[in-house]
Design a protein around this ligand. Structure first.
Ligand code: SF4
Length: 334
């Protein structure tokens, strides 16, 4: 799946194994055509004149004290996207990939949402983010163990490319990352969730819910006007039933907006059927209208869910000291 390279090789009448040689070289960390030494030199030179080996190239990098690395990458047509590599114990790394350059959904708390619509990334542009990160992790004697589609864009608006990229990332001769270590996060694009129900790789699904009632959610996330909470949760239940995996509910705690005890009770009442796991997320302010909940309110909210039997997890915002948390580098680059 080296789309532009594949079509160039095909148009030149090169045999199919040439593409495999290119893919193998990229997996081994080749950065330039000259390093793809399995190809004849004349072919390398000719390729270098017409097509880049990689569809995305690092353009800026920020590293935070907790070891989180964020890259701003440029596509061949000059668009800026982001990937974030998060450090865990025992040499594991999680990569947060982008699926679109920009985003049309306009969630009010999101730096990417302020950039407006861009374009869908190709499968190659998505997979290349993972290969570059895997290479960087290897250089640090670590291992890219998880991929989350939580970077720029709504992945389920771009299912064709996202699914192809997942097939490659998951394949034993790709990056070999297991389905349960790949997560697709959606703002609630219901037709895309339905497509995911039919997708053959049973990845994890995460829903950015962020509110327990439709009025609050519509104010935060305009997509809720199209698919209200009941509709999107029904689609998530279908996915949970198909895969046997609980759906992650992502819930940013926003001070005075969605963090009352009554919000926690309402949230619990909608998620009590065992198909969901709630992740409470510390909000990483990007200079907009919202502030994260103070620790005592966050704790009270979590206790209320706990009493209702939901056992939420807390997710710390990673990389906040160096603009390496979600949405910040892109916002700075504008
Ligand atoms: S949170 Fe996701 S879906 Fe919403 S605007 Fe940001 S990138 Fe788009």
């Amino acid at each position: 799946m080296s789309d532009q390279v594949a079509s160039v090789l095909k148009s030149w009448g090169e045999p199919a194994y040439r593409l495999k040689q290119v893919d193998d070289a990229r997996r081994s960390g080749a950065r330039e055509w000259d390093e793809v030494t399995t190809l004849p030199k004349a072919l390398r030179t000719r390729l270098a004149e017409v097509v880049p080996l990689w569809t995305v190239a690092p353009d800026a990098m920020a590293e935070s004290r907790d070891g989180t690395i964020k890259w701003r990458l440029r596509t061949a047509d000059g668009l800026a996207i982001e990937s974030v590599l998060i450090k865990h114990a025992r040499g594991r790394r999680t990569l947060c990939v982008s699926s679109q350059a920009g985003c049309a959904l306009g969630c009010r708390f999101c730096a990417t949402g302020t950039m407006g619509p861009g374009r869908d990334l190709t499968a190659r542009e998505i997979a290349d983010q993972a290969y570059l990160a895997a290479d960087s992790a290897r250089g640090a004697e670590a291992r890219l163990s998880n991929i989350v589609f939580m970077g720029m864009g709504e992945p389920l608006q771009n299912t064709s490319a996202v699914f192809d990229a997942i097939r490659e990332i998951h394949a034993p001769d790709g990056l070999g990352i297991s389905a349960r270590s790949i997560a697709v996060s959606t703002a609630g694009w219901v037709p895309g969730i339905e497509e995911l129900v039919a997708f053959e790789v049973p990845v994890r699904l995460a829903l950015s819910l962020h509110a327990a009632d439709d009025d609050t959610r519509s104010a935060l996330m305009p997509i809720n006007n199209r698919w209200p909470i009941a509709n999107v949760l029904a689609a998530c239940r279908r996915y949970a039933d198909r895969t046997g995996r609980r759906v992650f509910i992502e819930y940013l705690l926003l001070d005075g907006v969605n963090d009352n005890v009554s919000d926690a009770r309402r949230l619990a009442s909608q998620l009590r059927d065992g198909r969901f796991h709630v992740n409470l997320i510390e909000y990483n302010a990007t200079g907009g209208d919202y502030r994260g909940s103070p620790p005592d309110r966050a704790r009270r909210f979590a206790e209320e869910l706990q009493e209702a039997g939901l056992h939420p997890s807390f997710r710390r915002s990673r990389g906040a000291d160096s603009a390496a948390a979600c949405g910040q580098l892109a916002a700075k680059a504008r």
